[in-house]
Design a protein around this ligand. Sequence first.
Ligand SMILES: Cc1ncc(COP(=O)(O)O)c(C=O)c1O
Length: 415
Amino acid sequence: MTVNTLAEIEGLIRDQDDWRSRCINLIASENVMSARARAAAGSDFAHRYAEGHPGERYYRGTGYIDRIEEQLTADLKRLFACDRCEVRPISGTNANEAVFSRFVNPGDLVMVNSTPGGGHISHHRMGSLGKFTRNIIDFPLSPDGYHIDVEKSVFLIEKTRPKLIVLGKSLFLFPEPVRELAEVCRQTRTLIIYDGAHVLGLIAGKRFQQPLAEGAFLVTGSTHKTFFGSQRGVILSSMDEDSWRRIDRGAFPGSSSNHHLHTLAQMAICTREMIEFAERYSGDVIRNAKALAAALDRRGFDVQGKEHGFTESHQVAVNVGSHGGGEQVSRRLEANDIILNMNMLPHEPLSRHDHPDGIRIGVQEMTRFGMAEPEMERIAELIHECLRGGNGLKEEVHRFRGAYQQLHYCFDSLR
Ligand SMILES: Cc1ncc(COP(=O)(O)O)c(C=O)c1O
């Protein structure tokens, strides 16, 4: 459907705002920003450039953003207990590219999580890493497919001596074996990169593993999945000065030029919210994910990871092959304004990527709107009813969601 007039474009923007406020949003890679953070998107920073570092810019007129960027960097170092922080990547992929471009040379061996095993496209041949080396191998997985097989991986690392291993993934139910692989990686001089895109907010809240303390060389991440926003990327480390210079160059000019100053200002606000609320928020998110998984399990769904308590993160994975598969199920749910994604599961061949058996659910956004364990039970019930072909569910979804409109874990009420 074409959009002809400016009024129609503006109408679609309003429609999106209105519609999503009535949906049960369960996409695992999304979050919502507070009103205070959203307001910064309309600031003058949206029009400006500031290449380089605060105080040493290639542009004039950057005094205010310099102060914000300096404070944001200091806040993140404090939040993640590290010495170095790069805030200029404009996405998680951009952060990964900044690292890979400076630490991976043609032919270098890198070990990653496979796509069915939950790995992200930026770790693969077709994505960012594939631009720098084609020599990429997958971690061996345990029989359930949701854990790296540590014994086999230690053997493989000793035998092949990779330049890097990339831990962290997109289908991310349980912590990665950073501590368990740290010793062998020290012996083989393999660097541990931890992609914390999905779990950055949980790491900030100290309710998930602490990859830097456990032995990771650096952490990359998106700042808008479990972190409160804005849509950007970050690199965190306590590495030596020389190595950090490579990351610095990788970020600019390596993988970005201007770094979208309005979203940087938004991230500074969101980071203050994280400092104040991350611990309580991340505990609530993980409790809700476990509650939703258990509620779906009680209704007969094939919830993954059951023998390990379903999940330790914000995510729940369900095999819905017997309900027509992830593509069909996610469409049926969307028709009732329950929004989530299809997802490959570890047992599936790559050829099934567009018709996988799985769905991936994230509870972080609904948690921010004040939902807790009883509401997770209701969501499971609505999903169940919807897949049994129940009628009139959309109205019920709207009615239910209508009671959860106020964003929590932020300073909006203090305005
Ligand atoms: C593990 C992982 N790394 C990196 C990314 C890329 O993040 P972004 O969308 O911010 O580029 C994602 C996105 O889903 C991801 O799941």
